[in-house]
Design a protein around this ligand. Sequence first.
Ligand code: FNR
Length: 344
Amino acid sequence: MRISRKMEHVHHALRLGQSGKHGFQDVKLIPNCLPGIASDHIALQTQIGELILSSPIIINAMTGGAQETEEINRELAIAARETGLAMAVGSQMSALRNPEVSSSYEVVRKVNPEGIVFANLGSEATVEQARQAIEMLRADALQIHLNVMQELIMPEGDRNFSGMLERIEAIVRQVGIPVIVKEVGFGMVSESAEALLDCGVQIIDVGGRGGTNFAAIENARREQPMEWLNDWGCTTSVALLEALEAKRSHTSQVSIIATGGIGEAVDICKALTLGASAVGMAGGLLKLLRSDGTEALIKRIESLHSELRLLMTAMGSRTMASLAEAPVVITGETAAWCTARGIS
Ligand code: FNR
């Protein structure tokens, strides 16, 4: 049941695509006609928690758990290795329940022994399951995904969400590697981000609306769709500003990742300028991989890097830190949301 669901998610994600309404249209970058820097000196290196990444782009969690997903993970891992990107696997719970499918995840480490690899589980996981998932990949970090609305729309999904924070806190305190808590496309607001930071979480991926839509995907799988839930959640631009608000009021070192519909270098640049330390990309990269193959995916990631360098030059920002200091203008619905919520 679980295994066929993985491929259904892939098929529906590819078919439905990305809405592109991630809210970054409301964010305007400010040109700098006296940048005073050379493109060759731009550094794309960034840091999330204690991890140094050579690129601010992360191939975000998608799949594993069936033969066809093993091929997808292998090709994504080749692209990650060739471009120096960190990469997450999809939820490993299926492999913990059925070790026969572990190879569909392990392939990522096999293909990319020196790369940065993230394990992935849901918030129902125990500390012991977290340890097993990490060990399966010799993972550099563990992602814990939050997907309440997806579960609620799934007829076979979870209905009991008690104890989530307590389990996350126990995992953060005991696994000994960075833990990234992520939404899958419904976004996170400052109250949730603050609760996670209070539990010791140091890396949050806001996973906002505007890209892959798991409400639409689960509705496509339902006999009686609840399409009125397809626009549930907050956009990626809003979720990022909400999480940054939580970060501001927290004393510990915190990194925010922006995922959800990121497709173009300009989206990446806007997220980093607002204050994200990295961006995650999932459905768009999968679509390119399936339609045009691994070489095309590698070329696309290389283009995103060179286009990001171009934008950083035009803004006079040589590093991620200086990009985060650059001014932006926020308009439209994103600005209205921030005003209504008192986010400055
Ligand atoms: C996902 N995503 C996901 N996330 C997660 O934490 N565990 C998972 O198992 C999966 N599974 C999954 C399958 C498929 C086919 C896709 C496309 C995505 C969510 C993903 O990591 C990301 O948060 C969202 O897809 C939003 O990013 P994009 O796709 O808009 O770039």
